[in-house]
Write a protein that binds this ligand. Structure first.
Ligand code: 5GP
Length: 193
């Protein structure tokens, strides 16, 4: 998505440790108009796919998924990070290692909000090693729902998450794929395939 690539080039900041900061339009301040365009683009990409629910993970995913969901006329369910898992069987649970915080979270979704009739689109801001998306897929599998695809705003193509998911036959659509980035020069290149 050209508009997104331009914005990443202009305002994205490359940090050490393969972290791209996009705080001025996605992760801290949100450019609603830009995210709205992303919503239209995801709708175009997934046109004709039966999707009745969007699944994301707190916190950054929520704002984005909510704007995107309007184009699918679907509710957003967000997985919650928690420290104390309630073992009464009312939750689907998994563990996700945070790429940016380097710690493992227990993540939950109430059984009330996912069921075998659901057709799910996962939406998230970044795809790096794939831990977050894999955790969400675990939860979808536990619920018996159908995963229709994964929509990512920025995939870091030099990390393995996207490749491994696609090798499993999962449809992963990223609006921008970073091919390389350099924290010394600030240079960012994109993959166009
Ligand atoms: P993964 O689980 O695929 O390794 O990493 C994806 C998650 O880590 C995303 O939900 C995102 O919050 C965070 N993340 C990974 N890489 C980056 C990055 O370069 N910049 C930002 N802002 N977040 C990232």
């Amino acid at each position: 998505m050209e508009l997104l690539e331009e914005r990443i080039r202009k305002d994205g900041i490359v940090k050490a440790g393969n972290v791209l900061k996009v705080d001025s339009f996605i992760n801290h301040q949100i450019d609603v108009k830009l995210v709205n365009e992303m919503g239209k683009e995801f709708k175009r990409i997934f046109e004709g796919v039966n999707i009745n629910k969007i699944l994301t993970i707190e916190a950054s995913g929520i704002g984005i998924a909510t704007i995107v969901a309007q184009y699918f006329d679907a509710p957003v369910v967000f997985a919650k990070k928690t420290q104390s898992i309630n073992l009464d069987g009312s939750m689907y649970t998994t563990k996700i290692e945070s790429f940016t915080h380097k710690r493992v979270y227990d993540v939950i979704v109430s059984k009330k909000f996912l069921n075998p009739e659901d057709h799910i689109l996962i939406i998230d801001d970044f795809l790096a090693n794939g831990c977050a998306v894999n955790g969400l897929i675990d939860i979808i599998e536990s619920s018996g729902a159908t995963l229709e695809g994964v929509g990512i705003i920025i995939e870091k193509g030099f990390q393995d998450g996207g490749k491994l998911l696609r090798e499993r036959g999962i449809r992963v659509e990223s609006l921008a794929i970073v091919e390389s980035m350099n924290d010394e020069t600030g240079e960012i290149t994109f993959r166009h395939s």
